[in-house]
Design a binder for this molecule. Structure first.
Ligand code: SF4
Length: 189
């Protein structure tokens, strides 16, 4: 039974069965609050740090316990990096349950590493992430053909490989597209 004393501010309820926020069937955690204010952002209602609703982390963990047939968890928003402590706690729980974790952020990986020098929690959060989709959405670089991101400046960073090699390693899109690694074998109804 999850037991956390902390809260997280969310923009919406957890959304299951997404197929556009990373590979496979995923549950999205929509965090509230973002100061990047990218032009053309699809979710400007998530910018307000007082918007959405504050919920106990336990409630989120209980919802995760009840998930079925999900391949992974995606943190989006808003920008999850504005609530690193809460997101780290949830990511750790998801990881322990075997979920693949993707995180969307308006910060670049390099900025996050710099920020982690003063706030190590960022590095801890990064350590639970499988793929970090980094950087602001840039309207001029919008491209509907890019995999799982909105503009070509954004990168799909393979976090385990990046953290272990100390240089940025990108998620292997070709391997994913060819092998469809996350394709489920059964069909659920
Ligand atoms: S980082 Fe994401 S949520 Fe924040 S303004 Fe940019 S696109 Fe919108």
């Amino acid at each position: 039974m999850p037991q956390s004393k902390h809260t997280i501010r969310l923009a919406a309820d957890l959304q299951s069965d997404s197929i556009v926020d990373g590979p496979g069937l995923r549950t999205v955690i929509w965090t509230q609050g973002c100061s990047h204010h990218c032009r053309g952002c699809q979710n400007p209602q998530t910018w307000d740090f007082e918007g959405g609703g504050e919920v106990p982390i336990d409630m989120v963990l209980e919802a995760i316990d009840e998930l079925e047939y999900q391949d992974g968890i995606t943190f989006s928003g808003g920008d999850p990096m504005f609530q690193p402590e809460a997101c780290t706690e949830i990511a750790k729980y998801c990881k322990e349950k075997g979920y693949n974790i993707w995180v969307y952020t308006g910060y670049t990986y390099e900025e996050l590493i710099k920020m982690s020098k003063e706030k190590p929690i960022y590095k801890k959060f990064l350590s639970y992430i499988d793929v970090l989709v980094d950087g602001k959405f840039v309207l001029k670089k919008k491209d509907l053909n890019t995999l799982f991101r909105g503009s070509t400046n954004q990168r799909l960073i393979d976090m385990p490989k990046t953290l272990s090699s100390d240089e940025i390693v990108l998620f292997d899109e070709s391997e994913y597209l060819q092998e469809d690694k996350f394709k489920r074998e059964k069909t659920y109804v």
